[in-house]
Design a protein around this ligand. Structure first.
Ligand code: SAM
Ligand code: SF4
Length: 338
C-alpha cells in the first residue's frame, strides 16, 4: 500500500495521456494554443501500462484517464481496455470535454470504462464558443450535441457526471440550468472552483457558497444545500446534495475556499512521465528517465513509494502563483492532467 506521512492511503492515479486538446478553454490554454512537447517526449501507451501494473502492485486501485483531451490521442480506447484488464485495477474512468465522445463511446463501453466525467461550462452555444475557443468541430462541439451524448452514456449504463466551473460574467446566469441536468440526464453535476493554476487569471471564479445560494434561489429549494448526503460516488473530493425530484446529485468541489487536501488520495502521472504527489507540487519522480534507462520494476516501485511519501499536507497554490506567469503552461491543468 502507498501511505504518505500523514497516513493517507493513496489508491487513485490520474494519468494524463496527452497535453494536446481540441478546445482552448480560456482558463486552461491560451487562445493561440501552446507549444506541444515532441512526440518522443510523451510516454508510449506500453510504457504507461507498465507503470500502472507496477503501481497496481503497490495499491493503486482506480485510474482516471485525462489530459489535455484524452480522446484526441490515437489508440486511447485500446489503451483503456488494456488498463481495465490490469490485475488489481478496479476502475478506469475518463475525463473528457465530450466533443469526440460519441465517436468512441461504444469502444469505451466495451473496454469497459467505469464512469465518464464531461466538462461542460455552458449550454448556450455562444458562451460555449467563447469559453472554449471552439471555432470548428461542427455539431459535435455544440453543447446540445454533448448533452445528447451524455444521455447515450447513461443509456449504456455508464455513470456520467458533468464538471462545471462557475465563472463570473460568463456562465453565472445559467448555473441553475446546468444543475438541472441532474434532474434526469446525468448522475451528478459538480461545480468546481477555479484553481489559480496556469491561465486561470483569464476567468473570475464564483465561490461554491455563492453558487449554492444562486441554485437555492433559482431552483426554489429552501436550504436543501445545507445537508449533504453521506455518499461519495467516485470517492473524490466532492460534497454531494440530493435534490427533490432529481435522479442525480449536485456536488461541489470547493477546491480553493475549503480545500480537500486532508482526504486527498491521488497521485498524478503527466504525459511525459513525471509522477507528481499533488497538483500544485513542484516535486516529481521522473519515471520516463527510469523506464528508458532500463530500470527494473523494483527500482521504479521504489521511486513511486518515495514520491508518495513526499505528498504534501496541502497544496500551495500561492507558491505557484508568481502571478502564475513565468511558467504558466507548466502549471496549467492540460499539462499536469486535470
Ligand atoms: N480535456 C478534458 C476536460 O476538459 O475534461 C480533461 C482535461 S481538463 C484539464 C480536466 C478538468 O480540469 C476540466 O474539467 C477543466 O475544466 C478543469 N480545469 C482546467 N483548469 C482548471 C483550473 N485552473 N481550475 C479548476 N479546474 C480546471
Ligand atoms: Fe482542453 Fe480540458 Fe483544458 Fe478545456 S479544460 S482546454 S478541454 S484540456
Amino acid at each position: 500500500m502507498l501511505i504518505d506521512f500523514l497516513g493517507r492511503t493513496l489508491d487513485y492515479l490520474r494519468v494524463s495521456v496527452t497535453g494536446r486538446c481540441n478546445l482552448r478553454c480560456i482558463y486552461c490554454m491560451p487562445p493561440e494554443g501552446v507549444e506541444y512537447r515532441p512526440h518522443e517526449a510523451v510516454l508510449r501507451f506500453e510504457e504507461i501500462l507498465r507503470l500502472c501494473r507496477i503501481m497496481a502492485g503497490l495499491g493503486i486501485r482506480r485510474i482516471k484517464v485525462t489530459g489535455g483531451e484524452p480522446l484526441v490521442r490515437k489508440g486511447v480506447v485500446s489503451f483503456i481496455r488494456a488498463l481495465a484488464a490490469v490485475p488489481g485495477i478496479e476502475q478506469v474512468t475518463l475525463t473528457t470535454n465530450g466533443v469526440l465522445l460519441d465517436r468512441y463511446l461504444d469502444g469505451l463501453a466495451a473496454a469497459p470504462v467505469s464512469g465518464i466525467n464531461v466538462s461542460l461550462n455552458s449550454l448556450n452555444p455562444e458562451t460555449f464558443r467563447r469559453l472554449t475557443g471552439c471555432m470548428s468541430g461542427g455539431d459535435a462541439a455544440s453543447p446540445a450535441a454533448i448533452v445528447k451524448t451524455m444521455e447515450r452514456v447513461r443509456s449504456l449504463g455508464i455513470p456520467v457526471k458533468v464538471n462545471c466551473i462557475p465563472l463570473r460574467n460568463a456562465n453565472q446566469g445559467e448555473l441553475a440550468d446546468i444543475a438541472a441536468l441532474a434532474e434526469k440526464t446525468v448522475d451528478a453535476v459538480r461545480f468546481i472552483e477555479l484553481m489559480p493554476l496556469g491561465y486561470a487569471e483569464t476567468g473570475e471564479s464564483i465561490p461554491g457558497s455563492e453558487v449554492r445560494s444562486i441554485l437555492e434561489r433559482r431552483l426554489e429549494l429552501h436550504s436543501f444545500l445545507s445537508h449533504p448526503v453521506d455518499e461519495r460516488p467516485g470517492n473524490g473530493p466532492a460534497v454531494y446534495f440530493a435534490v427533490p425530484g432529481f435522479s442525480g446529485r449536485i456536488g461541489f468541489i470547493d477546491a480553493v475556499s475549503r480545500g480537500f487536501c486532508e482526504t486527498c488520495n491521488r497521485l498524478r502521472l503527466t504525459p511525459e512521465g513525471l509522477l507528481k504527489p499533488c497538483l500544485a507540487s513542484g516535486t516529481a519522480a521522473d519515471l520516463r528517465a527510469l523506464l528508458r534507462s532500463g530500470a527494473s520494476n523494483a527500482r521504479i516501485a521504489e521511486a513511486v513509494r518515495h514520491i508518495a511519501a513526499l505528498k504534501p499536507a496541502s497544496h500551495h497554490f500561492s507558491a505557484l502563483s508568481d502571478g502564475g506567469r513565468k511558467n504558466r503552461s507548466d502549471t496549467a491543468m492540460f499539462r499536469i492532467g486535470g
